[in-house]
Design a protein. Structure first.
Length: 294
């Protein structure tokens, strides 16, 4: 998440800093206070600007790009291609994809969020319900999938938990801030009463699950969090952590358009079910069902 200082927000909005402080006092601009300083999330500012645009009568909003932004998933990539939806993917992590969707930049967002206090809570629904600035949105289940630690064949360090990863100083490769797997890691650390600086992190961060697998296979890392399907494809061992909801956020007005309809029809196909079983770690029993509506 990109954060602006007051001076940077003023420059971005082309306002004086004094005006920014007035708007903060009025509660009319999105912001947060951290250690006594006001910070302004760029994605929130973009959404705030977009939602306040005045348009002449009869002028419609610009169509979002035909992109599903957010979390990376090999089965989703395959489904988008094989369904003939014409939708592309942009792997930027769950939070960033969600923010791009809210800002009107993309047709859909692929998310698997995790709450700090409870890694198994339904954080996707909670995130939708908590957004007062979202309208016309639907949460559609793509699948349930299994997340865990990827380790070398035979699990040489005998890792079974985040406590083991810390205690054995296993080299762990992380995902970018705001990625669903990184949120899961933070939740595990919170439950174990440990912190990120107690882990032996390797760099650079891994943008996707297959990047985690490559780091482990190359011997650059001992472990990292990704799905069972990624572990199977890479010939790695897998230490399960949690089954999670992997959802698509779409707009109600776009739901019946041809690209999304092609994808949604394909979610209940025998071809997708067979592919999911082949990859492993997927539960497609509720694929395509609506889980939450705003």
């Amino acid at each position: 998440m990109q954060l602006f200082t007051t001076a940077e927000a003023a420059a971005y909005l082309r306002l004086k800093e004094r005006k920014i402080y007035e708007m903060v006092a009025e509660g009319s601009v999105p912001c947060t206070k951290v250690t006594g300083r006001w910070l302004f999330p760029k994605a929130e500012l973009d959404q705030w600007l977009a939602s306040s645009v005045s348009r002449p009568a009869g002028m419609t909003r610009p169509e979002p790009a035909p992109i599903v932004a957010g979390s990376h998933d090999p089965l989703l990539e395959w489904a988008l291609r094989e369904s003939g939806s014409g939708l592309a993917t942009l792997a930027v992590g769950s939070e960033a994809g969600f923010n791009r969707f809210i800002a009107g930049e993309t047709t859909a967002a692929a998310i698997h969020l995790h709450a700090l206090e409870d890694a198994e809570a339904d954080a996707n629904v909670a995130a939708m319900a908590s957004r007062s600035d979202m309208q016309d949105a639907v949460l559609i289940l793509f699948c349930r999938r299994e997340q865990g630690f990827l380790v070398a064949p035979g699990n040489p360090l005998k890792l079974s938990s985040i406590a083991d990863v810390a205690a054995k100083r296993a080299r762990i490769t992380m995902r970018p801030k705001g990625a669903g797997a990184q949120l899961l890691l933070l939740a595990l650390l919170h439950r174990a009463e440990r912190t990120l600086d107690q882990l032996t992190a390797v760099s650079p961060v891994s943008p996707t699950g297959p990047d985690i697998a490559q780091a482990v296979r190359a011997g650059r890392a001992d472990t990292g969090i990704a799905t069972r399907g990624v572990a199977n494809a890479a010939g790695l061992d897998f230490v399960p952590i949690v089954w999670e909801h992997f959802d698509l956020v779409v707009r109600q007005r776009d739901y019946f358009h041809a690209p999304l309809q092609a994808l949604i029809r394909f979610l209940q196909s025998d071809e997708l079910a067979a592919r999911a079983q082949e990859l492993g770690g997927y539960d497609m029993s509720g694929a395509g069902t609506v889980r939450f509506v705003i």
